[in-house]
Every structure is written in structure tokens, then in C-alpha cells.
Design a protein around this ligand. Structure first.
Ligand code: NAI
Length: 262
């Protein structure tokens, strides 16, 4: 009989090499910290050089094992270089959280620009596609690995003026399920996570951009009655990547305080 032992699960993380994109702040940084405390070696990747170096320095100062890499996930060549650097440094890649994402400029479908569509899908959809591609090239050589892709409740719901973001986030779920089927029998599990409203710099930016009323309306419909905390997503990502989740394959895990069940 296998008994779920959280301490043992965390211990199994100790020698893992973990990549997190969009790790400079918000959900990505909280997840980097959650993996770091297990003793894993954590690669923090982000397109913002100053922020990612500060984030890694912060964790290093607390004695954790980290490596900062500057990478724009919307650039396929940079993603390849990032994964090559991880393998050159650590010899392997065990876990990846493809988290980097951005919001679209609010506009009706008839008024959205090709530039904004390309910008948002380039990061949120093609970025995840590139990351998975190079991560899987390494993981299939190893014969093991775990990947979590960051979708959103925008990946399962619609919202006026947010079609580009929601379209990309729906796409992540399709990429995840398809790849999960390909690799389930080869020791690699791939899942996606759908956070609800989480208090991060992204949410603060939405307020600064004049979206306070829209956020308040959403918040009023969150059954737990509050914004989520980045750590509440981080914990779920660590669980999904652990052996405790060994039978969870191609799943879309919604973590939204009950918002989307209504
Ligand atoms: P955030 O804006 O606070 O942090 C995102 C990080 O990604 C930043 O450090 C940023 O520099 C980095 N980034 C942006 N574009 C990048 C690129 N091209 N390459 C590499 N790094 C890049 O965002 P937050 O809130 O932490 O969101 C993380 C993920 O969670 C995103 O995919 C977002 O769509 C998703 N999400 C967030 C929700 C929320 O309420 N905060 C709700 C649902 C999903």
C-alpha cells in the first residue's frame, strides 16, 4: 500500500532541477520559492533582467540553490538557449512550470489589433509551445519529467474584450492535453493549472490601468470572498509536479476559490 507522505514527497524534490518562466514576481516567484524550500535547484527565467536577478539574489541570500536566466519566451531561439544552458549547468531538467503571461489590451473583437494579438499569443500560447518543445526534448532523453502550464480561468470561460488572452489561455489547455497523451507512457506528466483572481503585480497593473470596477465585479462573485495569494497557486504546482500526483495526466486544475463553478 502506498501512503501519501507529504514529508517524503517534499524530500523527493530535493535533487530535482526545476525551471519556472515568468519567475521574477507574482505567481512565478512564489512558485520558485516553494520549490526552493524543498531543496530543489531552481532556474528562474524572465524577460526582465533586473527583476529576475533581484529575485534570484533574494532566494540565494536565504541559502537556496538558484540560477537566473534572462529569456523572452516569445522568442523560440532564446527558449532553446535557455534549456541548453540548464542542461549544460545541471545535466538534466526534471520539472518545468511554464508560467510567463501577459494581458491583452481591452477592446471589442472588431477593434483588436494584429499587433496586440501577436504580442499576447506570442507570449501566452507560442511561448508555452516553445518551452514545452525544448523541455520535452530533454525530458524524453531522460525518460521522466513533469510539466505544468499556466492557463487561467480565462482558459475555460469567456470575457468581453479579453478574447485574445482567453483564446491563448484556451489554447494552452489543448497543447497540454495533446502533449500529455504523447508522453504519458514515457514517464512524463503534463498538466495545466487555471488560477482565478490572484493578487500579483499583474492584478495591480489592471487596477492602475483603470480596471478596478471590473475586478470588483469579479471579486464580488468569488465564493471565498477574496483574491487568491500567489502561494496558493505555488503549492498546487509543487503538488502536481510531485510523485503524489503520479496519476494526474493532462488535467486542467482550476484554483479559483469557487468562481467558475457557478
Ligand atoms: P505578473 O505580471 O505579476 O508576472 C509575470 C512575469 O512574467 C513578470 O515577471 C514578467 O516580466 C514575466 N514575463 C512577461 N512576459 C514575458 C516573456 N515574454 N518572457 C518571459 N517572461 C515574461 O503575472 P502573474 O499574475 O504572476 O501571472 C503569472 C501567470 O498566471 C500568467 O500566465 C497569467 O496569465 C496567469 N494568471 C494570473 C492571474 C492573476 O489573477 N494574477 C489569473 C489567472 C492566470
Amino acid at each position: 500500500m502506498i501512503v501519501l507522505n507529504i514529508e517524503l514527497t517534499m524530500k523527493q524534490m530535493e535533487n530535482k532541477v526545476v525551471l519556472i518562466t515568468g519567475a521574477a514576481q507574482g505567481i512565478g516567484f512564489a512558485t520558485a520559492k516553494a520549490f526552493a524550500v524543498t531543496g530543489a535547484s531552481v532556474v528562474l527565467a524572465d524577460c526582465d533582467k533586473d527583476l529576475i536577478n533581484k529575485a534570484a539574489d533574494h532566494l540565494n541570500a536565504d541559502g537556496y540553490k538558484t540560477l537566473a536566466i534572462v529569456c523572452d519566451v516569445s522568442d523560440d531561439a532564446q527558449v532553446k538557449i535557455m534549456v541548453d544552458k540548464i542542461v549544460a549547468t545541471f545535466g538534466r531538467l526534471d520539472i518545468a512550470f511554464n508560467n510567463a503571461g501577459i494581458q491583452n489590451a481591452l477592446a471589442d473583437a472588431a477593434d483588436q489589433t494584429i499587433e496586440d494579438f501577436n504580442r499576447v499569443t506570442g507570449v501566452n500560447l507560442r511561448g508555452v509551445w516553445s518551452c514545452m518543445k525544448y523541455e520535452l526534448q530533454q525530458m524524453r532523453k531522460q525518460g521522466n519529467g513533469a510539466i505544468v502550464n499556466c492557463s487561467s480561468i480565462g482558459g475555460i470561460l469567456g470575457a468581453a474584450q479579453r478574447g485574445t488572452y482567453h483564446g491563448a489561455k484556451h489554447g494552452i489547455i489543448g497543447l497540454t492535453k495533446s502533449a500529455a497523451l504523447e508522453y504519458a507512457s514515457r514517464g512524463i506528466r503534463i498538466n495545466s493549472i487555471c488560477p482565478g483572481l490572484i493578487h500579483t503585480p499583474m492584478a495591480d497593473k489592471m487596477v492602475a490601468d483603470g480596471q478596478q470596477d471590473a475586478l470588483n465585479t469579479m471579486l464580488a462573485a468569488v465564493p471565498v470572498g477574496r483574491l487568491g495569494r500567489p502561494e496558493e497557486i505555488a503549492n498546487v504546482v509543487v503538488f502536481l509536479c510531485s510523485d503524489a500526483a503520479s496519476l494526474i495526466v493532462g488535467h486542467t486544475l482550476v484554483v479559483d476559490g469557487g468562481y467558475s463553478i457557478q
